[in-house]
Ligand binder design. Sequence first.
Ligand code: GLA
Length: 783
Amino acid sequence: MITYNKENHSFHLHTKSTSYVFFVNERKHLQHVYYGAKIKDIKNLKDFIPQYEFELGTSVSYSEEDKGYMLNYTLLEQSTYGKGDYRNPMLHLELPSGSRTTDFKYESHQECLNLHFEGMPQVRKQSTLEVKLVDVKAKVDLYLYYTVLEEEDVIVRNTKLVNRNEEKIVIDKALSMQLDVLNKEYQLLKLDGAWIRERNISIHNLTKGIVTIDSKQGNSSNSHNPFLLLKEPTTNEAYGNAIGMALVYSGNFEANVEINSHDFVRMNMGINGFDFRYPLASGEEFITPEVLMSFSDTGMSSVSNHFHDAINHHIISPNFKEKERPILVNNWEATYFDFNRKKLLAIAKKAKKLGIELFCLDDGWFSRRNDDFSSLGDWYYNKKKLPSGVKGICEKINKLGLDFGIWVEPEMVNQDSDLYRDHPEWAIQVPGRNPALGRNQMILDLSNPKVREYLKVTLYTLFSSANIKYVKWDMNRNISDVFSSHLDQQSQGKFHHLFILGLYDILEYLTKEFPDILFESCASGGNRFDLGMAYYMPQTWTSDNTDAYERVHIQEGTSMCYPLSMISNHVSGDRAHQTLRHTPLESRFNVAAFGVLGYELDLSKLTKFDFEVIKRQIVFYKEHRTLLQFGTLKRLSSIRDKNYSIWQVMNKEKDEALILYFQDKVRPNPGFSTIKMDQLQEGTYTITNRPQYMNIRVTGSLVNHVLPVKLKVNGGLLNMVANRYLYKNEEMNKTMTSDQLKNMDLLLFHTFTGTGTNDNVMMLPDYGSRIFHIKKENNTNED
Ligand code: GLA
């Protein structure tokens, strides 16, 4: 709900449990008052505003009459440079005179319904507050937008600039929002990473100065995700105050947190001001991408849940809104480039028997693509590998009873390709310089409408050539040699943003033409895991790293902002191709199951043991798919602090939950683990664990104490038995009331301690795990 109080000129934005308040001060600046837990009625607003009575030595006062009013020590809704605010500004403009001083003042406001910004990913909105500010001298209008997602406890912000000069102005920086608050010894949580180590959580104490995370890579990057969370030192997953922010954009970004000399904290976020110089012609406007903001006083998991709900309800395409996602098999790690139709069909046949629903044909199906040196850009099928083309293989896969999907990397081109030979000017490069390559490839200039037209036609032809239900859209290198032969000298500083708008233009077109294709975004795993892509593509390939242990870190970090329905996970072979680590097959599944499940190994070569185990995994996933893709996630414990991570997903009715318990390395005699669950609906609950199977090879020479027969360790017979024998782990079957579960906690069986095992002992090797199922019993004693 958005309300305006005429008396004190204040705006109150209320969500279900938060309030955001600001007002127009005497100088007509927008001054921030409050963002936090809901306050229905704020009385005496001015009593809560930090305001100096006198000028501070060496500082600059905004006006002679009111020396205590210094912009550097005022909580502002937007800031510019030039009138005494020395903190990181949200906006920095160069005016026709060459001056960079601007000063925007309130002019008017209105509530807009169903506001939509053309050509950009954004929250699908209902009610938005638009506040118009004007710098009369600069002849520039600035609109601030505040959309309230009441149910989700999220406020969405962005801005629009309009140049009213007769001449052009230059935007040096235009961030989407800022939030000024007073310091409470805040800590900063961010998601840092690299390829195969994406979005690991790091938490820092903040001190005076500026912390910036950004991307200059041309994509939102795996180095830092465009997400930040500010928390008080005592805040944890379940208690305390936290504010999160996430940007709806896929290109270069910056996010800053600054604490100035007097403990004023400023957070801002938006398009990176580095290598951005955007001339705005007379009458032209510039719209910044949106930022989602959420506060909670019940810990970080709640902030995450707000984002998850907002994304699932308002960012994901309505065609896929809360729609269950298929279980797929992808042939990449099974075959890499080395495949033919026979190999693919062998995998697909086994996939069908296992209960898998979709087959995705990955890289290597087109032109002469047998390694990563050639053919990107030439999106026609390789006749040797696919004699009857994409249509032929798709029909065969469909006949087996599976849907068909295909991999593409449309933004890229190899120098060894027909496309590059025909149009070298379409690739990004600086004339006269040798371009730097990444994975042997170059990037197409999406700021050029001709390139976009070519891609639209080519991809339209490909996607309509067969019964394609799913597309994996990859992007495997960062941008370098930034220059567009299509743009004039003055416009080169627009390149990065125009590239991203160009990408969005193509995606707008394709998602409209093919509304039923499920797109999965990918960028060497998670190099572009952001809300901009999520607007067009309901799910994202989380990381090329499928090692279950690494995935716990990656998925835990990713879930800080992104919902399970977006997080695509695969069970791959042993050992992990990225780390050479062995993790149990059941653990690979247990972790991958928290999100959108797939398999990526040569299913045609599974042992009997693996086949039977996977088959049961898929039955379990299908039974609980809604919960695992759309349930409310709580991170109850983290491997960052303890020897285990515990994740819980619960349904909306709060009468069913699944819990993952994932152990790091085995510690001898660790004592008992207990799980403190979130509050369930009142009632009696049955607690079981997912039936899991262990490969008896894990027991080493102890095998002869486990099996009724004696076998030679590492002998052929043991191998044969191990590849077939399903050793069932302990089973839990308990009944507890909701109060017991909440207050007495769920007690797990003790783990194997070297002295013996029976049905009440958890045999958990390194990286072992379990999934527990908690479900309310039907009340049979109803009167
Ligand atoms: C990237 C993706 C992988 C795979 C390969 C194919 O690395 O992340 O999943 O598709 O490209 O080249």
